[in-house]
Design a protein. Structure first.
Length: 445
């Protein structure tokens, strides 16, 4: 260990233990209306953002402009012969607050097709990466490389009035969303299918064209992608990818800088990368137990062993939700309707049957032992042969762009300024806590 690293270890690790005790003892103390616990736990529950596109309730789950996922499946336009909503419809809803008609969704689908051509330099940039580079790394860089086409950057350089910032932001958002399936499919084919690319079909809707370019043969996969890209689209503004996109955008960075930032946040295992970790955990369980379909008792013991080993059960728990994630439920219902006998899917259902109770028993302080969206998506994708689980977060990212870019358009239209919260040192916080306690004691006396 070098001398600088040793000195840092000497300073930081003891402080971490002291700080844990300090937070536990003073969690509820308020500093300017914010508790000590909130300062140290990622500002959980602090109301400091405006997001019009969706709202998350701990007890009811996600609502997009007031509509639940089951409601959206009934009211959003669908492709002919399909029962799943078109993602174009949820973007229209999030951006305008209005449910679109079938004609409006058809127009948007065609509009995205017309904007979907990707400049050659983006592919050239991707081709400089080794094929085993993580797909999220490639995805973020590809988005960033599109910044050369930014309408907002050009307009800002020319001196556009700030009241008109929303206009080029809208154009960039539309252009970027249109191109994302082509970029993601290119990454998928170069990384896992020997660079044998499949040309886009501009006569297909946005999700179906993505499925086509990925090369999945089962036509039913187009239906899954319509559902998948709809339900992953947004989760209000406080989650890491949405907040990162908003934060970067608040500096007047354009959508390319902003979404690349958001995708870097999505790539973390505590956020979108969890879908990759779930399926890895499930596959490891099957391998270690030597069974493709372990019993619920065997799964229960494996969950116990995971928790006793100081690890988490990926796909379970949520920072806000206190119920099973409605996005998990939507995938569960899809699988029951289309392939209820799939072996891996049934393992996921068996985990769902036992894991929440075990987590609650072993970790009584856990606020939510229920499954989140990531608990089911991997097994659903694997049914169609998309077994390359380190690509799953890219699929999440393509969908999440719909919500965060709609929100960026609203940020510009409403004239929001740069985000700049106040930070304090640990010493300052300790002094503030002491002062708060002293004031409280005087008021009681």
């Amino acid at each position: 260990m070098d001398q600088l690293k040793a000195r840092f270890k000497e300073k930081a690790l003891p402080m971490a233990s002291e700080l844990k005790a300090f937070v536990k003892a003073n969690a509820g103390v308020k500093i300017d209306s914010v508790s000590v616990a909130q300062v140290f736990t990622g500002m959980k529950g602090v109301k400091s953002l405006i997001t019009e596109t969706s709202q998350l309730s701990a007890d009811h789950g996600i609502r997009f402009r007031g509509y639940s996922i089951p409601e959206l499946k009934k009211v959003l336009p669908q492709a002919n012969g399909d029962t799943e909503p078109l993602p174009e419809g949820i973007f229209w809803l999030m951006l305008t607050g209005d449910l679109p008609t079938a004609d409006e969704v058809a127009w948007l689908s065609k509009e995205w097709a017309n904007r979907s051509d990707v400049p050659q330099h983006v592919f050239d940039v991707l081709d400089t990466f080794p094929t085993d580079a993580h797909p999220m790394t490639q995805f973020s860089v590809a988005i960033l490389s599109l910044q050369t086409t930014s309408v907002f950057a050009a307009a800002y350089k020319d001196g556009i009035n700030k009241k008109e910032y929303w206009d080029p932001m809208y154009e960039d958002a539309m252009n970027l969303i249109a191109k994302l399936p082509r970029i993601a499919a290119y990454i998928y084919r170069r990384s896992f299918h020997n660079g044998e690319h499949i040309a886009p079909d501009k006569n297909l809707d946005w999700a179906a064209n993505f499925a086509q370019m990925m090369g999945v043969k089962d036509p039913e996969f187009k239906s899954l992608m319509r559902l998948y890209l709809t339900i992953h689209a947004d989760h209000e503004g406080g989650n890491a990818s949405a907040h990162s996109t908003h934060l970067t955008g608040s500096t007047l960075s354009d959508v390319y800088y902003s979404l690349s930032s958001g995708m870097n946040a999505l790539a973390g295992p505590l956020h979108g990368l969890a879908n990759q970790e779930v399926i890895r955990w499930v596959l490891n369980m099957r391998k270690e137990l030597g069974k493709d379909r372990p019993s619920q008792d065997e799964i229960r013991q494996y969950v116990i062993d995971t928790l006793d080993g100081g690890r988490v059960v990926p796909g379970y728990g949520h920072a806000v939700l206190r119920i099973p994630d409605p996005r998990f439920t939507a995938q569960l219902e899809y699988c029951k309707a289309h392939f209820p006998d799939d072996e891996l899917v049934n393992v996921i259902w068996d985990i769902y049957a036992v894991a929440p109770a075990v987590i609650k028993e072993k970790k009584p302080n856990v606020k939510s032992p229920n499954p989140n969206v990531d608990a089911h998506s991997g097994a659903t994708l694997m049914h169609y042969g998309v077994t390359e689980y380190n690509f799953y977060t890219v699929l999440f990212g393509v969908s999440r762009a719909l919500g965060v870019l709609a929100s960026l358009c609203w940020d510009r239209a409403l004239g929001f300024g740069i985000e700049r919260p106040k930070s304090v040192t640990i010493d300052m916080l300790q002094q503030l806590v002491a002062a708060s306690k002293e004031t409280e004691a005087e008021s009681v006396a």
